[in-house]
Design a protein around this ligand. Structure first.
Ligand SMILES: *Cc1c(COP(=O)(O)O)cnc(C)c1O
Length: 400
């Protein structure tokens, strides 16, 4: 079978909740993927940053195989010998005292919201069911009903109500608006430090530090969704660290999996996370030994291969070189580390046709929103590979 056969079958039998580029990948290795017709591509999406360690990293693969041969699922009704070690590794790496494992990113954000609400009722002393959580316009936190309830994207939301109450949305990056939205019922502020899905939107410098200060003044929890920005992607372990911000709760997912097996978590200190009592929250697969073993190996690769430093150094180089491309279509190149957005002018005809052209040149990238091409290769990428990509990107960005 060739690519067209697979596309035809997928279109015939699969729900069309995505609009993928027509490349049918059959193999991945490091920063490269291969399609069923034998073509090679540089992966500049990294599964939305779930593949920071690259495709099929041998150390993570070995951990997966080893654990899969021993025990894969115990349920949390019993203990297993992998989860405690993941807890300890997460604490040592991130500096948070405790963590709570889930599977997908959306579930972890939901978990953070539940923890914040319970914190508001039991610690802050708000009347039950009165808690408000402030979020930002343009946010992306996942696809559950509660999370889309406070999305500002009509495509994600409009046909899926009724919605979960208790959320207030303010413009991203506007500290005055955030201050104005705070009231006696505010339990938490939930933000992405950089809005990835919204087109790699960076807040003004100092914003995250101001948010943290405002939260502390008002006895409000600051929850950072670092599912996409975390674990090295932006050139720091967490993007909040650029402003020396340490949120009360940090949510991670994506690259915690090493691209192998869904695993997410929320990180917090004892006073926050200890409020969750047995039975109040859970997940059949959350914290299973296979996930824990994979996550531990995925974290170890980030440390051993200095992926945070590599993202910082090569991200700076990549952005600098992208800025040099003389393209009449480009409005702005922006980003931090290896989370890079190239925003096109409205008259460029949308980012999709550029992503299709990049595909023809051996580069996989995906438009985010209509006018932004995101470049987010695995953090293991090296400079010669970026130098391989640059003339190809240049050719596409300078097309008519
Ligand atoms: C991808 C993402 C999520 C959702 O993660 P899933 O694993 O797809 O549920 C949440 N927040 C951010 C910032 C993300 O990028």
């Amino acid at each position: 079978m060739n690519s067209e056969d697979y596309v035809r079958i997928e279109e015939a039998y699969g729900a069309k909740n995505y609009h993928p580029l027509d490349v049918v990948i059959t193999k991945g290795q490091g920063v490269w993927v291969y399609d069923v017709d034998g073509n090679r591509y540089l992966d500049c999406l990294s599964a939305y940053s779930a593949l920071n360690q690259g495709h099929v990293h041998p150390a993570i693969l070995a951990a997966l195989i080893e654990q899969a041969q021993k025990v894969t699922l115990t349920s949390r009704a019993f203990r297993n010998d992998q989860l405690p070690l993941l807890y300890r590794d997460l604490a040592n790496l991130t500096g948070y005292e405790m963590s709570l494992p889930m599977n997908s990113g959306a579930e972890a954000v939901e978990t953070a919201i539940k923890v914040a609400r319970k914190w508001a009722y039991t610690i802050k002393g708000l009347p039950r069911h009165s808690a408000e959580i402030i979020v930002a316009n343009g946010n992306f936190h996942g696809r559950t009903i509660s999370l889309i309830s406070f999305s500002s994207e009509s495509l994600y939301k409009d046909d899926f109500g009724p919605f979960t109450p208790g959320f207030v949305s303010v413009p991203f990056g506007d500290i005055q608006a955030l201050q104005a939205a705070m009231n006696a019922n505010t339990a938490a502020v939930l933000l992405e430090p950089i809005q990835g899905e919204n087109g790699v939107i960076l807040p003004p410098a100092g914003y995250l530090a101001d948010v943290q200060a405002l939260c502390r003044q008002n006895n409000v929890l600051f929850i950072a969704d670092e599912i996409q920005t975390g674990l090295g992607r932006t050139g720091k372990l967490f993007a909040c660290q650029y402003e020396d911000v340490r949120p009360d709760i940090t949510v991670i997912g994506k690259a915690l999996s090493g691209g192998f097996y869904p695993v997410s978590a929320i990180l917090a200190d004892r006073p926050v996370l200890e409020i969750i009592q047995p039975g109040e929250h859970g997940s059949t697969f959350g914290g299973n030994p296979l996930a824990a073993a994979v996550a531990r190996a995925a974290l170890q690769v980030i440390v051993d291969e200095k992926l945070v430093d590599n993202a910082a150094a090569l991200g700076e180089y990549f952005i600098e070189q992208l800025c040099e491309i003389p393209s009449r279509h480009v409005q702005e190149v922006r980003g931090k580390g290896l989370l890079i957005g190239v925003e096109l002018k409205p008259q460029a005809g949308g980012a999709r046709r550029f992503c299709e052209a990049l595909l023809q040149h051996g580069i996989l990238a995906k438009e985010t929103h209509q006018h932004v091409i995101r470049f987010a290769p695995p953090l293991i990428i090296d400079r010669p590979t970026i130098d391989w990509a640059l003339p190809r990107i240049r050719e596409v960005l300078t097309m008519p």
